[in-house]
Write a protein that binds this ligand. Structure first.
Ligand code: IK2
Length: 428
């Protein structure tokens, strides 16, 4: 065929870490601490609500619903989240439901990024921000979080030690900068940005008139008494911020693909334009079940049977368990303040798993594939969450997911313990 087949917007976005590693994890029959999904079921009441939506008397729940969000769901979201933003939310204009947080993010980039616009992405970042920026015609500008530990302070390394340098961020802004993308709690690091850190970012957004996309899909999963702060709730930020959420993460139902965006009508109306001309809406029954879930959680808010609190407490225990196991086998994990991920430095394993001969392959990518193939344990290389020029700088970390049944964590522990007992032991 003489004509070029694929559109130019696909250039450089054809590889995808999830497609590659999900398939490898299955191929090698691994214990899977790779992709971020729970291997336990969502709470019973949301599953029952989903079944009822399909099989119950309201048969119209099997049909199309409103394009920008099923009315009961946008209403429940507005009711639940309004007080958290310190604002009365209009369900029809301040909330948009999409196909997962992915859908909400995609609409945001398509709606707001124009040819030549620059988008600041704080790295490590959830990998989709980069291709979504590129497909919208934008240019990515990366600013890295960097570990800032005071040597010898005796504290174990934590994701909270990784900080943004506001001066470095400010130096990257020019007249083309349109947007900043934030993710707190951060995937893959587990960092929860403090109010002070968010205030610094907010001040920069206001000073340079930037739109902020704040991906907060792990908002309920914050440990050790850390607090999740919504940047949109800070002074001057509501009108310039789109906050992204996910029922997949909130109700442990990643396969339902229900996500949403909150924001001012002045921004959301453009997301709705993209949405009505592409996705239109996500599955009605899934939206109905999530609406029922939020109504139930409204009643339970702050009470011990609140699912979000129970899940958080359960996950903190799983995090601690994984942390101890990784430490015992000679990896150096970072205590995760939030999300369901923890990264670990594996550089002490270099003597057992020598670096690849091709210097262009980041070590963590090679190490993780080696581990999947030879130890049947899946993780994700952290370099996947970095831009190409920065991958090699952060190639000694791999990401483990701990939103798993205790039996799965036990199976992973067994592999790691056997590995460390068989080998001469990692060398410094
Ligand atoms: N934003 C972030 C920060 C996410 O982590 C995800 C989904 N997680 O990806 C799996 C993994 O990292 O192992 C999304 C958005 C997308 O969420 P949804 O599933 O609601 O589309």
């Amino acid at each position: 065929m003489a004509k070029r087949i694929q559109a130019r917007r696909l250039e450089g976005v054809d590889e995808n870490i999830w497609v590659e590693f999900v398939s490898l994890a299955a191929q090698y029959k691994t214990v899977n601490l790779g992709q971020g999904f729970p291997d336990f079921p969502p709470p019973r009441y949301v599953r029952e609500a989903f079944s009822k939506a399909i099989t119950g008397e309201q048969t119209l729940l099997n049909q199309y619903t409103r394009a920008f969000g099923h009315p009961p769901l946008v209403k429940a979201l507005a009711q639940f989240f309004g007080p958290l933003f310190g604002k009365e939310l209009d369900p029809l204009s301040n909330v948009m439901v999409s196909v997962g947080a992915y859908g909400a993010l995609f609409c945001s980039f398509q709606a707001l990024v124009d040819e030549g616009d620059e988008v600041i992405i704080i790295e490590p970042f959830f990998d989709s921000y980069e291709p979504m920026t590129l497909m919208a015609g934008g240019r990515c500008v990366f600013v890295s979080l960097r570990p800032q530990t005071s040597a010898g302070d005796g504290k174990p390394p934590s994701s909270g030690d990784w900080r943004l340098d506001p001066a470095e961020l400010e130096a990257k802004i020019n007249k083309n900068t349109k947007m900043l993308v934030l993710n707190t709690p951060n995937n893959p690091l587990g960092k929860v940005f403090t109010k002070e850190e968010l205030e610094e970012i907010a001040n920069i957004c206001i000073k340079y008139d930037l739109i902020c996309i704040s991906d907060e899909v792990y908002e309920w999963l914050v440990y050790d008494g850390n607090q999740h702060v919504r940047i949109a709730s800070l002074p001057g930020m509501w009108d310039r911020t789109i906050t992204i959420g996910s029922a997949g993460k909130t109700f442990s139902a990643t396969g339902w693909k229900v996500g949403w965006a909150f924001g001012p009508d002045s921004l959301l109306k453009h997301l709705r334009t993209v949405h009505q001309n592409s996705i239109y809406h996500c599955a009605t029954a899934a939206q109905e079940a999530v609406a029922q879930g939020f109504l139930k959680e409204l009643e339970r808010q702050g009470k011990p049977d609140c699912y979000f609190l129970q899940l958080r407490d359960e996950l903190q225990k799983k995090r601690d368990r994984l942390y101890h196991c990784l430490t015992e086998v000679g990896m150096t994990p970072l205590i995760s303040q939030g999300s369901y991920f923890m990264i670990a430095d594996v550089s002490r394993f270099k003597s057992q798993v020598p670096p690849p001969t091709d210097p262009n392959i980041p070590y963590d990518n090679y190490f993780t594939k080696w581990m999947m193939k030879h130890k049947q344990l899946a993780a994700i290389p952290v370099s996947a969450f970095y831009s190409a020029p920065h991958k090699k700088q952060f190639e000694n970390y791999i990401r483990f997911c701990f939103v798993k049944e205790d039996a799965t964590l036990k199976a992973a522990e067994k592999i790691l313990q056997k590995w460390s007992s068989e080998s001469p032991g990692p060398q410094d």
